[in-house]
Design a protein around this ligand. Structure first.
Ligand SMILES: [Zn+2]
Length: 561
């Protein structure tokens, strides 16, 4: 993997300066932009012209901001300072890398765990035949660096789960070109976990969110959306957008088919096991009882299903059953349409540009595109689920913990007792309850349920992506953390600032309490995913043994003087 990344860098023979349009005039043919002197001619006016700002303020998602002031230097900000992460280097990812670099984004990282297949080449235009079998991410990065002068695209042939939280934190905007809901949920989870909330107002704290832009395509349909974690709905808020699309109720398939796909599913699920006979194998029947099971890779099977589906469709007057459509339905293949990728990518790249510069208001917050019969697009506003486990403000613990004394066990106890309804009853009370219920001679089933639920309310605690406590079978591995100082386990430090240092000289303020907030993630058997929990630690500055690095350095400097 490292070798590939290195190779991608070595192959970066683009040379030249991203902004300097006058050099290498003669090899303009190599670049997407044929006339280098007009390289940013279409992008520049967006930030340089007055009036475009009447729509906008990047920090104001309610639409009532103090507006945008045109400033040509915004473009150099985009070029030099904004770091973009592109997740996925497939059909959409290739388009995104092209669109983003040609919009002026220079520092881009792209991550993808796939290698290039020959069937990708029709639409994943950054790859050629010689790339087949190579990682998509590094090859896409190399191709863009070669074609777009000065672009610094870095490819990572990795799984998204393999990267550390700190790696994800370096980006200013994330653009997703993924085909899997699970991968989207993972990226969503990572960035939502960085959120912090104001204790008083419950608002997401400025600077703790990273905008996520998501594109998706399926055949002639596509969508783009902008997620500002903590501000606009995240993936988990709107999981209802992704119903299982390829399964149909059996009754519909059997009784009232309305589409070609219904007929194909019927032929595959109902007719094939009952009626199929394999002549080659001497008349082996279809079906689960030792017979032939349907195989989507077997052309005989697919042809058989296609013919039966066609017959059925005709009897119901339904058009559209073809061999290719049959193959698509039985193998769950969605055709990839290059033009849909191009359109969705354009939405996404422009949203990234708007966020980076503030030149126009962000899309609020979901656009769908359909291009199969006619071209149709619709912008709609999705709403946040205030109780969302990922982007919601979560819970706060009222008790204030002593930085020097509170152990992890103390913290867990406090969370459980303050939020009993969320994390489940605590062990002790549950035992008492069980005794009571036994006395009451309630049904066996209920007793059994209680027995299943005897684990302590909290089953897991994590901070900054690392697990510090786990219940169940792994409890023994984390046992020792329980008696440790919570401030150590959660890496809570009090950062001394200049004001405080000056006050150190004054005896009366030395006992002043210093307070620090910490967000952790807590899971319980009752919750589908970990919940954010805000804690407050306090320390007396007199015994301040934890100072920031900067603080220590300043102290040393003072000693030297
Ligand atoms: Zn959410």
């Amino acid at each position: 993997m490292m070798m590939d990344e290195d190779r991608a860098k070595d192959d970066d023979d683009s040379g030249g300066n991203f902004d300097d349009v006058n050099e290498d005039k003669n090899d303009g043919d190599r670049f997407f932009c044929k006339n280098p002197t007009e390289r940013w001619a279409d992008v520049d006016p967006l930030c340089a012209r007055a009036g475009s700002g009447i729509f906008t303020d990047v920090d104001d998602f309610d639409g009532e901001g103090d507006g945008f002031s045109p400033d040509p230097s915004l473009l150099s900000l985009v070029r030099e300072n904004i770091k973009v992460l592109v997740v996925g280097a497939g059909g959409l990812g290739c388009e995104l890398l092209k669109d983003l670099t040609l919009s002026g984004f220079k520092h881009i990282d792209v991550i993808d765990m796939d290698t290039i297949d020959v069937s990708n080449l029709n639409r994943q235009f950054l790859f050629t035949e010689e790339d087949v079998g190579e990682p998509k991410a590094t090859r896409a990065a190399r191709a863009v660096n070669r074609r777009v002068r000065g672009a610094k695209v870095t490819g990572h042939y990795k799984r998204i789960e393999d990267m550390e939280d700190n790696w994800y934190r370096q980006f200013h905007v994330v653009v997703m070109g993924l085909d899997s809901i699970e991968a989207r949920r993972y990226i969503n989870k990572v960035y939502c976990s960085f959120l912090e909330f104001e204790r008083e107002s419950g608002e997401a704290r400025e600077g703790t969110w990273t905008p996520l832009i998501d594109g998706g395509t399926e055949g002639f349909k596509g969508h783009a959306r902008v997620i500002i974690p903590g501000k606009t709905p995240c993936f988990e808020c709107t999981t209802w957008l992704f119903p299982p699309q390829t399964t149909f109720p059996l009754c519909t398939i059997a009784e009232t088919p309305r589409s070609a796909a219904h007929c194909i599913e019927h032929a595959k699920i109902v007719q094939f096991p009952e009626e199929y006979t394999d002549e080659k194998e001497g008349g082996v029947k279809g079906g689960s009882g030792g017979g032939v099971t349907f195989d989507g890779d077997n052309p005989d099977h697919v042809t058989w299903v296609y013919k039966r589906a066609l017959k059925r469709a005709e009897s119901f007057g339904i058009p559209g059953v073809t061999y290719n459509h049959t193959l698509g339905v039985v193998k769950n293949i969605v055709p990839a349409i290059p033009s849909t990728n191009a359109i969705v990518s354009a939405y996404c790249a422009f949203e990234a540009f708007k966020i980076a510069t503030g030149c126009l208001k962000s899309m609020d917050n979901y656009v769908m595109y359909a291009g199969s019969d006619k071209v149709y697009q619709n912008l709609m506003k999705l709403y946040k689920d205030e109780g969302c486990s990922q982007c919601g403000r979560g819970l706060f613990v009222q008790r204030v913990f002593d930085l020097e004394e509170a152990t992890l066990a103390d913290v867990l106890d406090a969370i459980e007792s303050e939020h009993e309804n969320t994390f489940g009853k605590r062990e002790k009370e549950k035992e008492e309850d069980n005794v009571k219920k036994k006395d009451n001679k309630e049904g066996d089933k209920k007793e059994k349920d209680d027995m299943m639920d005897t684990a302590k309310g909290i089953t897991g605690v994590s901070t900054d992506g690392a697990t510090v406590w786990m219940g169940g079978v792994l409890a023994s591995q984390y046992e020792e953390n329980l008696s440790k100082l919570a401030s150590d386990v959660f890496s809570v430090t009090i950062v001394a600032n200049d004001d405080e240092e000056e006050k150190d000289d004054d005896e009366s303020t030395r006992n002043k309490k210093t307070v620090v907030e910490k967000t952790i993630h807590v899971n319980s058997a009752k919750l589908p995913s970990p919940l954010r929990v805000g804690l407050v630690f306090e320390a007396k500055s007199r015994t301040r043994r934890k100072t920031s690095k900067e603080g220590k350095e300043r102290e040393r400097e003072r000693e030297r003087r």
